[in-house]
Design a protein around this ligand. Structure first.
Ligand code: AGP
Length: 602
């Protein structure tokens, strides 16, 4: 998960590259670098750590030239050092790469036998050296890059720049996204359209195995059969490319606050003026016998919640799995299976690979994504846009609640098409969601105080029952990925089967429990925790607080919600607990260590 950018421009390339890299930093931030061609000469500047370090370097050691490539790195092979930072250069070629070259060791072996030496630990250097070798054998830049690309296995998005060629760039992709931006007498390459938004809204997305040759005035694409290919140029919605904090301290704070509006947008997208749920007509649940949902991380937890809804409301059997497991266990796929892939980025490598497994097996493939032109969208028979708007913070928040909202609408529509009775108040109650989320955001004040205690803990447990169990997992994930505190989520009923051994006065236990049919069971679990000195932070509604607040360390009182909507509402305190604990810990909220927003490698 790195970000790459390229420009064949009419202005100095360095500031353009840095501006674009700022918009790609969410994809990885271990190091950054740029290369330009100026008066024929190819030169680089690279720096470890955040992009600001590269910007500082460029102040002291500016780089001239109107043609350039740039990269922001999430390290896969080789530590985050200047030497391992992209662009990598070999002779007269420089290259930037997002992905993993799986056969780089064999290629290194072959190059070593030709007395070619390596100076880094990266797979990307192999690409530069291989291209440089082919040029040394007399191939021109285009043929050298094409020959190199055909030798690579694994996932890659690559941009090549060549000494002495100020009006030439090569771009190619396999398994990682790559967009071409059409400017006015300029051309751009980027990992996504958001990076190119300040320069152009005319975008061409390369397809798998495409090989593109760019000049300022032309774009020529060959497909995987080396046939000339036409890829359509589309105008992106620039509003969706706006990425700023709107006065918030962090993108995460902005995206948490945006949830009422984002959910309203999602609701409007899937309901008509009379409040009926309307789905793409290709999605017909009368033809669906079972549902398989596959995702990663937070998106997976959304699928876990949706399993409760599809099975209880629509009486549809559901299988849910994490993509990294699903793709290798090769499950049988019975007739009538709808395969639903949920992914904010639409580029998660494991989820995309799981989708590829289901091609030709599932009755239908649907993608619930926040990026309409993403690889998962393009691989789906039915695309279900999330309408969450760009989500920049690495921690997924508004995308999660939008995923839940759209999945609930799908479950309700499935129930209707399968002739099942709906829960009382549905689907009308959906309309109350934005207002309820707005009310839930007000728990921020209650959460802030408990977060200061949580920041001192070494281990934290989250508990939930039924449809709130996945929220316990999500709350633990949010907390650990933002504050670096070890946290585990458990089904409340599982506590006594081992995890209760962890409980003592140093281990806070966050219990997510609206006053529902399982509430009394959860209260018993809370008593078991408190009897062993555990500090319970109870997240519940007013009724739950009245019944079980006594003896707890803290009670966070949520608005009263219809039972079916509880998982969506209780995501808010889970997000806020993680956010304020991270602030208390002083970690980097929007770009936590070791992480990236879009995991486009295995
Ligand atoms: C969530 O906060 C994490 N950033 C991560 O688990 C994320 O949900 C996961 O990588 C899946 O990403 P996707 O939705 O873009 O596929």
């Amino acid at each position: 998960m790195c970000g790459i950018i390229g420009v064949l421009g009419n202005h100095e390339a360095a500031p353009i590259l840095v501006e674009a890299l700022k918009r790609l930093e969410y994809r990885g931030y271990d190091s950054a670098g740029i290369a330009t061609v100026n008066r024929g000469a190819l030169a680089r500047r690279r720096a470890v750590g955040k992009l600001a370090n590269l910007s500082d370097l460029l102040v002291h050691e500016p780089l001239a030239g109107k043609s350039g490539i740039g990269h922001t790195r999430w390290a896969t092979h080789g530590a985050p050092t200047v030497g391992n930072a992209h662009p990598h250069k070999a002779g007269s070629v420089a290259v930037v790469h997002n992905g993993i070259i799986e056969n780089f060791k064999e290629l290194r072996e072959e190059l070593s036998h030709k007395d070619i030496r390596f100076s880094t630990d990266t797979d990307t250097e192999t690409v530069a050296l291989l291209c440089g070798y082919h040029m040394s054998q007399g191939l021109d830049p285009v043929d050298a890059a094409r020959t190199t690309m055909r030798a690579l296995e694994g996932a890659f998005a690559l941009a090549f720049l060549f000494e002495g060629h100020e009006d030439l760039m090569i771009a190619t992709r396999k398994g990682s996204p790559l967009a071409i931006g059409h400017g006015d007498g300029e051309m751009f390459v980027g990992s996504d359209a958001i990076a190119l938004a300040p320069f152009t809204d005319q975008i061409t997305y390369l397809e798998e195995d495409d090989f593109a040759v760019l000049t300022r005035s032309s774009l020529t694409i060959w497909d995987k059969h080396d046939m000339l290919a036409n890829r359509d140029m589309r105008q992106i919605v620039l509003e969706s490319a706006r990425v700023d904090k709107d006065g918030h301290k962090h993108f995460m704070a902005k995206e948490i606050a945006e949830q009422p509006v984002a959910l309203d947008r999602a609701l409007n997208a899937y309901t008509n003026t009379s409040g009926d749920i309307t789905l793409p007509e290709e999605l017909d649940f009368t033809k669906i016998e079972r549902l398989t949902m596959v995702a990663c991380g937070t998106a997976y937890y959304a699928c876990m919640v949706a399993k409760y809804w599809f099975e209880t409301i629509a009486r549809l059997p559901v299988e849910v799995d994490v993509a990294s497991e699903f793709r290798y266990r090769e499950p049988p796929v019975p007739a009538g299976t709808l395969a639903l892939f949920v992914s904010q980025s639409g580029e998660t490598a494991d989820t995309l690979a799981a989708l590829r497994y289901m091609e030709g097996k599932a009755h239908q493939i649907a993608g619930l994504v926040n990026v309409a032109e993403s690889s998962i969208a393009r691989g789906s028979d039915v695309v279900l846009p999330l309408h969450a708007g760009p989500e920049i913070s690495v921690a997924s928040t508004k995308a999660f609640t939008c995923q839940l909202t759209v999945l609930l609408m799908l479950a309700i529509r499935a129930a209707q098409q399968r002739g099942m009775a709906l829960p009382e108040g549905m689907p009308a109650d959906l309309r109350s969601l934005p207002g309820l989320i707005h009310q839930a955001l007000a728990t921020e004040q209650q959460v802030k105080s408990s977060s200061r205690d949580l920041a001192k803990a070494q281990d934290i447990i989250f508990l939930g029952r039924g449809q709130l169990y996945p929220l316990a997992l999500e709350g633990a994930l949010k907390l650990k990925e933002l504050s670096y505190i070890h946290a585990e989520g458990y089904a409340s009923g599982e506590l006594k089967h081992g995890p209760i051994a962890l409980i003592d006065e140093k281990v806070p236990v966050v219990v997510l429990a609206p006053r529902d049919a399982l509430f009394e069971k959860t209260v018993s679990n809370m008593q078991e925790v408190m009897a062993r000195g555990g500090k319970v932070i109870l997240v519940t509604d007013a009724e739950g607080a009245r019944l079980a607040g006594e003896g707890t360390h803290e009670v966070i009182v949520m608005p009263q919600v219809p039972n079916t909507l509880a998982p969506i509402l209780y995501a808010i305190p889970a997000q806020q607990i993680a956010y304020f604990t991270a602030i208390a810990k002083g970690t980097d909220v929007d770009q936590p260590r070791n992480l990236a927003k879009s995991v486009t490698v295995e």
